[in-house]
Write a protein that binds this ligand. Structure first.
Ligand SMILES: [Zn+2]
Length: 271
């Protein structure tokens, strides 16, 4: 075999390696094409991570009104059915836009659409949360995830799975308030938030009322995450079926001009 033959074999081997190396390095990034084409056939799982909106969800303590709907037209009377409704921006499964907490500036309608699509990073802390309702996931939990699945990709959306969704919509259990009215449920720590911001994720989310733990008084995670221009997803529905890595999220908030946030539909897809 001549030099050109050996060189040719080397080139083929190098190209093959380059094609497959990224997949080996980033196992959390599935083949997007088959992921989308598998939706219709059912090969791709589609899970809705949002609660249906009604007047019986758990509002933030102190809110006096949260949701009202009224019928404007009925099929019997008008030949068609319509309603109007009023609700809080932060009620049920919702998105916190950066402007919700300083120094954040962006309103919900101004968030770039590309940030609403990204790989789901699921940090499972349901055992820690069951033992300590004031648990704050440390940066170490993020580092443990990365040791298992690879470095968190830019544009990822990081979900904290506390298991609190199993208490929904029982306000007493979900808020878990003490005699002084202070709430107790797990959340992100400031250190974890800082690490995730440095990874350039698009947003973070949780299956509790707040990205900060329930007893927080300074809302440090809100200030950090929203201040860095990221968004938060709160009151996400049951996350128990999601893989820790490999799912892809589609986040679809209401495009409410000048809104501090609003109702959001969140879908996870994976094979
Ligand atoms: Zn909120």
């Amino acid at each position: 075999m001549g030099v050109s033959g050996r060189l040719g074999r080397f080139v083929v081997a190098a190209v093959t390696l380059m094609m497959f190396l990224p997949m080996a390095l980033f196992p959390q990034q599935p083949e997007r094409d088959s992921l989308l084409s598998g939706i219709a056939s059912g090969k791709t799982r589609v899970v809705d991570l949002s609660y249906a909106i009604n007047d019986k969800l758990v509002p933030w303590p102190g809110d006096k009104r949260w949701f009202e709907a009224q019928v404007n037209a009925t099929v019997e009377k008008n030949g068609y059915f319509t309603r109007s409704f009023w609700m809080l921006e932060h009620y049920g499964t919702h998105l916190d836009a950066p402007i919700h907490f300083p120094p954040g500036k962006t309103t919900v309608d101004q968030i770039a659409a590309k940030h609403f699509f990204g790989p789901a990073v699921v940090l499972d802390v349901h055992e820690e949360g069951a033992q300590d309702a004031d648990y704050r996931a440390p940066a170490l939990r993020v580092e443990q995830w990365e040791r298992k699945h690879g470095r968190i990709l830019e544009g990822s959306i990081v979900l904290l799975r506390t298991g609190w969704a199993s208490r929904w919509p029982d306000a007493q259990k979900y808020r878990n308030q003490d005699a002084q009215g202070k709430m107790h449920f797990p959340g992100f720590s400031a250190e974890a938030a800082k690490l995730l911001i440095s990874r350039k994720v698009s947003g973070i989310g949780c299956d509790t009322m707040s990205a900060d733990y329930g007893a927080s008084e300074d809302f440090v995670v809100h200030h950090l995450v929203l201040g860095a221009g990221l968004y938060q997803l709160e009151n996400l529905a049951d996350l128990s079926g999601l893989p820790e890595a490999g799912a892809f999220l589609v986040v679809a908030p209401i495009k409410l001009e000048n809104g501090s946030g609003g109702a959001v539909r969140v879908f996870a897809i994976w094979q």
